[in-house]
Design a binder for this molecule. Structure first.
Ligand SMILES: Nc1ncnc2c1ncn2[C@@H]1O[C@H](COP(=O)(O)OP(=O)(O)OP(=O)(O)O)[C@@H](O)[C@H]1O
Ligand SMILES: [Mg+2]
Length: 344
């Protein structure tokens, strides 16, 4: 009896290619509260013979002092395919049978090698049809992901998709927001940039592009003839989008590509959505910390771009150091969305 009424904590574990983040949310009668978090970079070379990823997960769990071993995690990238498809209106049970045949037409992998899931969305263009969000993840990706979590002594409760976690962050925390708006969530990490266009709480467009922080680092590395760790350090210390110094100049070609990729996605959405435009960009991921990148995108795309502060509407445990949290915020967007999943 007592155990049942105890508020439940859920832990989101975002295993990126560069940084591992863990977030704990407490659901209490007063609302949702950020109970704890930690992040750690994955060492380029593994230490003590243990895989660098496993070691980083153990380290981040230790630092966060989170006690539960059940975690909500996510996969992303080219082995995860997300498609919006239209089906004739049918029940969830009927859709479960139909989805495999539909998937064969939309998924570029052998259907036997993927795990499928789907969600029936509310919005449909005509009343005889329904919009369905189809997800397929390659089994080898999921297997490796499971092995990694288990090797760190943890138990996977849910495996989600990075970009869905971002939508969950947007939806689960009731911040101030105009419901009519079309919002683009852009999460720029190290290997990938997740792009998600959301209208009325529903994701209308999802794409992961392979252009992110590593490309910025490589550009500095090649242009100034440095090793990767020197280039990475200089990027953080001297890099500025649209800046004049040598380091910043080296970033220009990558930023130009980023702008084109984003514009392509927005144009695609706008054509599909009958000329509706993207009203603003909520920008997250470690690379959103590149100096002035938000202002640069605002100017280059003509769409207001802000560093996403999703903490509005979320309680913060008094033990958490505010300055450390503010610095970490852009990196926590996926982890927060994972931790906000309900686990039964
Ligand atoms: N101050 C900064 N300026 C520029 N880039 C930064 C800064 N801080 C972190 N980064 C970059 O952010 C990236 C890490 O961000 P993040 O943790 O979101 O990525 P990830 O989730 O590990 O990667 P992915 O999801 O792409 O596999 C790295 O490329 C890092 O260089
Ligand atoms: Mg990431």
């Amino acid at each position: 009896m007592f155990a049942k009424s105890k508020p439940k904590n859920v832990v989101g574990l975002d295993i990126g290619s560069h940084t591992v983040k863990v977030v704990e949310i407490k659901e209490s009668p007063e609302g949702k509260e950020l109970a704890g978090f930690a992040l750690t970079e994955i060492a380029p070379g593994s230490s003590g013979g243990e895989d660098a990823g496993t070691e980083a997960i153990k380290r981040v769990m230790g630092e966060s002092k989170i006690e539960t071993d059940r975690v909500v995690t996510a996969v992303s990238g080219q082995s995860v395919i997300v498609r919006h498809i239209e089906l004739p209106k049918m029940s969830r049970e009927e859709a479960e049978n139909a989805i495999k045949y539909e998937a064969e037409q939309h998924i570029p992998f052998d259907i036997k090698e993927v795990t499928l899931d789907f969600q029936i969305l509310e919005h449909a263009s005509d009343s005889k049809k329904m919009n369905v969000l189809l997800v397929a993840a390659r089994n080898d990706l999921i297997d490796n992901h499971l092995k990694l979590i288990q090797s760190a002594g943890l138990k996977p409760a849910i495996i989600d998709v990075d970009s869905f976690a971002l939508v969950n962050t947007l939806e689960a925390i009731k911040g101030e927001r105009n419901k009519e708006e079309t919002i683009a969530l852009v999460n720029m990490g190290a290997k990938l940039t997740n792009i998600n266009i959301v209208r009325e709480g529903v994701s209308c467009f999802t794409r992961d592009i392979s252009l992110a922080g590593n490309n910025l680092t490589e550009a500095i590395q090649n242009s100034l003839n440095l090793d990767p760790s020197q280039a990475e350090k200089l990027k953080k210390e001297e890099g500025e989008a649209g800046g004049d110094n040598e380091v910043s100049q080296a970033l220009n070609p990558v930023l130009k590509d980023l702008v084109s990729e984003l514009r392509l996605s927005f144009d695609y959405y706008e054509n599909q959505a009958l000329e509706r435009t993207t009203n603003r960009i909520l920008f997250s991921g470690g690379s959103a910390r590149l100096k002035n990148l938000d202002k640069f995108l605002t100017q280059a795309l003509g769409i207001p771009t802000e560093i996403w502060n999703f903490l509005d509407g979320l309680g913060i445990n008094s033990d958490i150091d505010k300055e450390t949290l503010t610095d970490a915020v852009p990196l926590l967007a996926v982890g927060i969305g994972l931790a906000l999943r309900r686990v039964s």
